[in-house]
Write a new protein. Structure first.
Length: 173
């Protein structure tokens, strides 16, 4: 788990960790993303000289079609950042298909998910959607403001990140 003061702050750190440390010349996201994910994608793509690819929304469904995202992913994709449910249209993304099809193109692709809107309403089954990080915010489900939480995969947790040099990469349980 990774904690921050907001889900947005957590997402900025997650995008930075992947963008700075994982190979690949492009980064993929969607036009529907909340600024919490969209803005760090713009920031780090620009800062690191990577191409930012943005999937368009479907004006009929209010979502983003799986194929519209997948056509942007290739073996040079460093990071896919896609939300679970839109705070604007309410559309729920077919995350299971997106993850499966994206990993069919690049098996070790890093995938980050903004689940701030979805987490209060739906189950996130990591066996079906084995992503690398999921952000959520307790205040969206009757918690208090002032914290943003991210669940991290094992490999995400050990990417270089801000920590004291003498501390272990992983906290001893
Ligand atoms: C989909 C989505 N992602 C991210 C956020 C940002 O969460 P936070 O306010 O904790 O930064 C929000 C906030 O409304 C949201 O709706």
């Amino acid at each position: 788990m990774f904690t921050a003061l907001t889900a947005s702050e957590a997402m900025f750190d997650l995008v930075r960790a992947v963008a700075e440390n994982v190979g690949g010349t492009n980064m993929v996201t969607t036009v529907l993303e909340h600024p919490s994910a969209y803005d760090p994608m713009v920031l780090y793509a620009d800062r690191l000289g990577k191409e930012l690819r943005i999937a368009r929304s479907n004006p009929v469904t209010g979502g983003v079609d799986v194929e519209e995202i997948i056509r942007l992913v290739d073996k040079d994709t460093c990071l896919l950042n896609v939300m679970f449910a839109s705070n604007i249209s309410g559309a729920i993304f077919d995350l299971e298909a997106i993850v499966a099809k994206a990993r069919a193109i690049k098996p070790d692709l890093f995938i980050l998910v903004d689940a701030v809107q979805h987490a209060p309403h739906g189950v996130m089954d990591l066996k079906k959607t084995p992503v690398d990080a999921i952000t959520f915010a307790p205040y969206k489900f009757f918690g208090s403001r002032g914290s943003g939480i991210a669940w991290l995969s094992e490999r995400m947790a050990v990417l270089p990140h801000h920590k004291l040099a003498a501390k272990p990469v992983r906290r001893a349980d």
